[in-house]
Every structure is written in structure tokens, then in C-alpha cells.
Design a binder for this molecule. Structure first.
Ligand code: AKG
Ligand code: FE2
Length: 361
């Protein structure tokens, strides 16, 4: 079966405008079909100014162009909150080292006290690490993260509405002040980049599903993102100017009993020497949220949702508490940061924060 990734027009979604009822309904129907059948779509007319998108890419390139020793000043290993810079090959996906470098940014919070009985996942909250020598970087990146978050929250509202059986107010209450947002700046070197020498497997990031509720991705024109259709084929998410690529994560898939699919995806490095840049934003409820399984699919929906994925079932994150999933996901992707800041107790089988970080990792 030939599957294409649909392009949805967000300006059709006018939830508070009685005159927009027909176009809103059309949008919701298209959204439902996209999420049920493909699990990915492009969104256009999202309202974020292209100057801001360009400024985001500029800021990202300025950072990646810094000498390695400058970038390492904000290396993620300095952050128990999994913020900061990750060198090429340091992140693990599907048991392989990724051919990409990246910066992780989250919402700014003060660090919380540790090991006082609160859940360990609250350690994910904390301050970001910012490069000192790029004065515009922080302002631009936080502005872009907020603008993309606003678009993502609008799409989440539309998803709740298109699912009908989900109570929109209850669903959106999970995104009150305390929602979780993460942004990543990525750079994928081309395979013939002789300075970086990407690993032969050619995977910028290996096959995976995202953890949370929604991912909204800004990609440059190079291409390389691929989506695994539900019969197991890999298709290109070819860049379309002025759009974001949207997909959902495992926790929202769980809430919908797989009516909406968290589709497997990966990124191939450019076969020549061209570097690719992308900026995804990941949205999820606050860490303490118990994500209900809210949806009882109809027989027809159950029938049509047999999905092939390259990901093994033991790689899936299915805890009911969102923070547990996010922490487990980061532990898996960043074992070096886990081992520096966290310790496993063989007797209790529980992780906790180290009182002082391990220096040797
Ligand atoms: O860079 C991309 O196109 C996708 C990145 C991605 O899937 C991720 O970081 O979860
Ligand atoms: Fe992803």
C-alpha cells in the first residue's frame, strides 16, 4: 500500500469561532485519519513567523560551529537534569551510537532537593546550560521553544476533540502551568564529512518512538527523516518549506489504546557531505500525571491498527506515570549521565541520586 504523509492546514481549526464550525470539523476529521493511519503529518499555516524559524537555525548553527572545547563547557554530563550538549556518538538509540550532535533544552526551573522522598523523576527539572559566548542564543531559543509549544498545545487540543470520547477539559488540564516541554537542536553530519567520520551504519538517530505526547519538528531542506508505515515500509518525510512535522509519543498512544499511533521513525545521514539540522520540541503532561487509558476503541478501529515496527516490545515505555517514562527514556539514551548522577541499589532494585557526582564517567 502506498502511504503518504498528509499536510494539514492549522488555520482551518477555529475552535472558538462558531462560523468556523465546518472547517474545524474538516480539520478534526483529517487529523483523526492521519493519526490513526499514519501517525505523522505536516502542519502548515501554523502561525510561527519564518524569521523566528530562521533565527532558530542560525542560533543552532552558531553553536555547532564553536570549537569543541567551547561546546563541551555545557556538556550534558554537567547536568543531572539531562540538559546541555551531547557530542557525536554519545547518545544511544536501539543499542547503537547515533551519528548526531545535539543540545537539549527544557523549561527553566530551579533544581529541586534530592533524596527527600520525592519521586526521582523530579530530578529531570532544573536549569538549562547556556553557552556564554553567544549572547543571542538563549533569547532566540526560548522564544522559538515557546512559539512551537503554543502550536503543539493547539494541536493537542484538536487531538482531544477529534477523539470525541476524551473529555477535552480534562485532557487539557494535564497541560496547565506544569506541563513538560523539551527542545533539541540537532546536527547530523553527512557521511562524507571527513572531519566527523560518521559511523558506517549511516543512522543519525536509530529507529525509535518518542516518549511523551507530541513532537513538533522543524527540519531544514536536506532530508533524511524516515517514517515506518504500519506495514513496515520506510518512507521519507521529505522536507516541505514552512511546515512542521508532527507525530505523537508512546504515552499518548497508550492513552488512546493505540487508536492514535506513535509511529516508529529514524534519521539517515546525508549520503554525501551535507550536514542536516533539525529542531524538535517534545510536549508531555507534568511528570506527576497518571495518564489514564481513556479510549475504548471500536471493533473497526481495533481491526485496522495492526502495526509493524522495527522496535522490540521491551524497548517501550508504558508506565502510567509520565515522569517515570521520561526518566527511563533518558536513562536508556544517556547511560553516561545516568551513571554519573544516579546510583542503582541492587537490594531495593531502585535508582536514587548520588550525593556527589561520579567523576570518572
Ligand atoms: O531530527 C529529526 O528529524 C528527528 C529527530 C527525532 O526523531 C528525535 O530526536 O526524537
Ligand atoms: Fe523522534
Amino acid at each position: 500500500m502506498t502511504v503518504t504523509i498528509p499536510v494539514l492546514d492549522l488555520s482551518k481549526f477555529r475552535p472558538n469561532d462558531p462560523e468556523g464550525a465546518a472547517s474545524t470539523q474538516e480539520f478534526l476529521d483529517e487529523l483523526y485519519t492521519a493519526m490513526h493511519e499514519v501517525g505523522f503529518f505536516y502542519v502548515r499555516n501554523h502561525g510561527v513567523k519564518s524569521e523566528l524559524l530562521q533565527a532558530g537555525f542560525e542560533a543552532s548553527k552558531n553553536f555547532f560551529n564553536l570549537p569543541l572545547e567551547e561546546k563541551l563547557k555545557i556538556e550534558k554530563v554537567h547536568s543531572p537534569h539531562f540538559r546541555g550538549y551531547t557530542q557525536l556518538y554519545q547518545e544511544i538509540t536501539d543499542y547503537k551510537q547515533d551519528n548526531r550532535e545535539q543540545v537539549d533544552i527544557g523549561r527553566e526551573f530551579p533544581a529541586e532537593p534530592i533524596n527527600d522522598g520525592r519521586p526521582l523523576y523530579r530530578s529531570m527539572r532544573g536549569p538549562n546550560l547556556w553557552p556564554e559566548d553567544l549572547p543571542e542564543f538563549k533569547k532566540t531559543i526560548l522564544e522559538l521553544m515557546q512559539a512551537m509549544t503554543d502550536v503543539g498545545i493547539t494541536i493537542l487540543r484538536a487531538m482531544a476533540r477529534s477523539l470525541k470520547v476524551v473529555d477535552e477539559k480534562e485532557f487539557m488540564a494535564m497541560f496547565n502551568d506544569d506541563y513538560s516541554a523539551r527542545m533539541k537542536l540537532t546536527r547530523y553530519p553527512g557521511m562524507k564529512n571527513t572531519a566527523d567520520k560518521p559511523l558506517d551504519h549511516g543512522l543519525g538517530v536509530g529507529p525509535h518512538k518518542d516518549y511523551g505526547f507530541l513532537a513538533l519538528l522543524l527540519q531544514d531542506p536536506i532530508g533524511g527523516l524516515q517514517v515506518q508505515t504500519h506495514d513496515g515500509q520506510w518512507i521519507d518525510a521529505t522536507p516541505i518549506p514552512d511546515t512542521f512535522v508532527v507525530n505523537i509519543g508512546e504515552t499518548l498512544e497508550r492513552l488512546t489504546s493505540k487508536t492514535f499511533i506513535a509511529t516508529t521513525h529514524r534519521v539517515l545521514n546525508n549520503p554525501e557531505d551535507r550536514d542536516r539540522f533539525s529542531i524538535p520540541v517534545f510536549l508531555a503532561p507534568s511528570f506527576d500525571t497518571h495518564v489514564p487509558v481513556a479510549f475504548k476503541p471500536t471493533a473497526e478501529e481495533t481491526d485496522s491498527k495492526k502495526v509493524v515496527s522495527d522496535i522490540q516490545e521491551n524497548q517501550l515505555l508504558q508506565d502510567e506515570v509520565y515522569g517515570v517514562n521520561e526518566l527511563n527514556g533518558f536513562f536508556r539514551s544517556h547511560p553516561r549521565i545516568r551513571d554519573r548522577w544516579y546510583i542503582y541499589n541492587e537490594e531495593t532494585k531502585l535508582w536514587s541520586r548520588r550525593e556527589t557526582p561520579l567523576l570518572s564517567v
